[in-house]
Design a protein around this ligand. Sequence first.
Ligand code: SF4
Length: 247
Amino acid sequence: MPQLLDRIVMKKKLPLSSKALAIHKTIVDAINNLLAEDYPSPISEGFKQSYQSIVSLFKEYQDTVIAGTNYQSTCKAGCHYCCYHWVEDVYSFEAAIIADYLKKERPQEVHSIIQASTEDEEELIRLNEIVEQKLFENRDDKEVDAIDQTDLLLSGYYQLQRPCPLLSDLGMCSIYPIRPLTCRIYMSFHNPEDCSPENINTANIPTYLLDLEEEASKLLDALHEKHKRFEKTGLRALLIDYLSEDT
Ligand code: SF4
């Protein structure tokens, strides 16, 4: 499903070895099995365990793909540049699992996470108004058409350096084992400084999206639709919706 993120990072296709393709096939089979199951909700223990196995396979897949190249990931604990991006394309079942965890394990933080998410959403709306205003300033229709408004908005938001509401004070993802797939695909093979907001508009930043192939992504989309309860797919919007619900 990741679509918006595609617009703000370079999406280069890495070669897939036969071993990587075999792991991908296992992932496809596992998602098909999960789709066939009749779990009442994504927070059912069976669903959570099955999805966590798929996530583990995805890590194995990424490692195998990278092992087939001359690259090495430079992403490491404590580096959190990508956690200032606007996080979109979160699957409904991922949001349900994250909210369930937060409500059960960190209930005292729920209110502040909702509040931070709401403020971030308001900031994005405010920024969008500015982008729209500036976009039409002294430009004809042809020039406006040539500009990608979403691209401008997302890179502008990144430069505001507003941390994800789930980023800890120590600069670590506070839900790391259950973070969304969209956070897992963003990967750097060069100096992590290249990912900083100051460099967002620099050409040739070597950041990659190491995502699943189309067959698996379509199945995850189907799983998302099966369990969807809210229309939005932004992490902050989903946190507000799921965390505001009575348990
Ligand atoms: S969910 Fe975790 S990994 Fe994703 S942006 Fe937020 S803090 Fe970063």
